[in-house]
Design a protein around this ligand. Structure first.
Ligand code: IMP
Length: 192
């Protein structure tokens, strides 16, 4: 029988992406699959802390192997902000448009527009904790471009490209993204 692994998400796209990299190795379960409908706390002040908090919640309440991720956009000229606050940079509304406008405003006139997306994954396997990280470096442009993706995609151009994530589209984005890189490390570990 295949080993079961809970992914602390209900995002079908994330599950698919991970399943595609992991192959038949394990059976992935979403929060819904284990009938977890709680609002899992995410109150740490780092990406790793939030990932650990979410994964621990599942392990402690359901006693299952699991992993959770957390992602942030870290802007060099803003000392790493919005970072762990990326989803609610412009307020609790989780409004991507408002978040992008706030970021563009903060960077107005600044020459250094270097930024990176960073994903932290915490895996709890047989009660032991393992951390994985995925980074994609790039820069923040001055105006939005492109219609694909989500979040800050329209203002982020990854290194080595002239197009934003929102212009590149998911097929390309998903082979170079922070999340892909972190998930790939996780999968290598699980397969190894
Ligand atoms: P989460 O941890 O995956 O929920 O990501 C937290 C926040 O970071 C999201 O609400 C987005 O604002 C931003 N974010 C995460 N991943 C991406 C991405 O791939 N593109 C653009 N923004 C992202």
């Amino acid at each position: 029988m295949k080993k079961k692994l809970v992914v602390a998400t209900n995002n079908a796209h994330k599950l698919e992406e991970i399943a595609a990299i992991l192959g038949d190795e394990m059976e992935l379960l979403s929060l819904k699959d284990i009938e977890c409908f709680a609002d899992i706390p995410e109150t740490a002040d780092t990406l790793e802390g939030n990932a650990r908090q979410k994964a621990m919640y599942i392990y402690e309440n359901y006693g299952m192997d699991c992993f959770a991720d957390d992602t942030g956009l870290e802007v060099e000229a803003l000392n790493g902000a919005p970072g762990v606050f990326s989803a609610r940079y412009a307020g609790d509304g989780h409004d991507s448009e408002a978040n992008m406008q706030k970021l563009l405003q903060e960077l107005k006139g600044k020459e250094n527009r270097k930024a990176q997306f960073r994903t932290a994954i915490c895996l709890i396997l047989h009660g032991e904790e393992h951390l994985f990280e995925g980074i994609v470096k790039g820069e923040i442009i001055e105006e939005k471009r492109g219609g694909a993706g989500f979040g800050y995609d329209p203002i982020f151009v990854p290194e080595g490209y002239d197009l934003t994530f929102a212009e590149l589209g998911n097929d390309i984005k998903n082979t170079i993204s922070h999340r892909f890189r972190a998930v790939e490390k996780l999968c290598q570990f699980l397969k190894g």
